[in-house]
Design a binder for this molecule. Structure first.
Ligand code: ATP
Length: 234
């Protein structure tokens, strides 16, 4: 579904991505792992059109992403959930969700909202609450729910576990797994929390200094002591 070939991105003289190639499949979670500064956020920002690569290609369901404006991505079926919570705290849960449906063409259907409430019942219970009162975990569910309102075929998630307690991370990750099983969409999951990410991922890609050092199924990656110790910190 998403195919990257020799993708390189620089910030002036700083080469943040160096010839990254891998494929992320439909109906699967692909975890992108690596230490601080490995290039994970740069990778997501390059895929979603916020940064332009210096070389290489990125295609999504056959469409060339390089040069595609970020605002066109939702129509292609690609939804980027950036690092940090990003909810509008003055708006209610439902209003935040409705904003997520706008990128697709302005129409928000009641069944789109219901679908998100089915996946994240807590959001349905808090539908009329202002987002300001939500916990960190609930806010994370809200940003994922908001991205789902655009009915994406692929979600790009940047560090959804950041700042959350281990129990909440486990809950969010298990919901993500359910989501992929239920809806068959593709997820590219960028995480520093490699152990948790690999426990729900189908496939894992490890970045180090902007280059791919491993690209294999998640179970074999989690079982590889050398890779774990060298790059994943567990
Ligand atoms: P983290 O988990 O800390 O967010 P990361 O793996 O997402 O790390 P990036 O944020 O993609 O890594 O950074 C990759 C490299 O690019 C780092 O060396 C970083 O210092 C550099 N970098 C990131 N953003 C910029 C920028 N705006 N200008 C210059 N260099 C940058």
């Amino acid at each position: 579904m998403l195919e990257l070939h020799e993708l390189s991105t620089s910030y002036g003289p700083v080469k943040a991505l160096r010839g990254v190639s891998f494929t992320a499949k439909e109906g699967a979670i692909t975890a992108v792992l690596g230490a601080n500064g490995a290039g994970k956020t740069t990778l997501l920002r390059t895929i979603s059109g916020l940064l332009r690569p210096t070389s290489g290609t990125a295609t999504f369901a056959g469409t060339d992403l390089v040069g595609t404006a970020p605002e066109k991505m939702p129509r292609l079926g690609l939804s980027h959930v950036p690092e940090g919570r990003g909810v509008i705290t003055e708006l209610t849960v439902e209003e935040n969700l409705r904003l997520g449906g706008l990128g697709r063409g302005g129409k928000v259907r009641g069944d789109d909202l219901q679908r998100v409430f089915d996946l994240f019942p807590v959001l349905g219970e808090r539908r009329t609450a202002v987002a300001h009162v939500l916990s960190g975990g609930e806010r994370q569910m809200l940003v994922v729910g908001r991205a789902l309102m655009a009915r994406p075929r692929m979600l790009l998630l940047d560090e959804p576990s950041l700042g959350l307690a281990p129990r909440v991370v486990a809950q969010i990750f298990s919901l993500l797994r359910d989501l992929v099983a239920r809806e068959g969409l593709a997820v590219l999951l960028v995480e520093q929390n490699a152990r948790s990410a690999l426990s729900i991922a189908d496939h894992g890609v490890v970045l180090n200094l902007g280059a791919v050092v491993a690209d294999q199924d998640a179970a074999s990656l989690a079982a590889d002591d050398t890779l774990r110790h060298a790059y994943l910190g567990f």
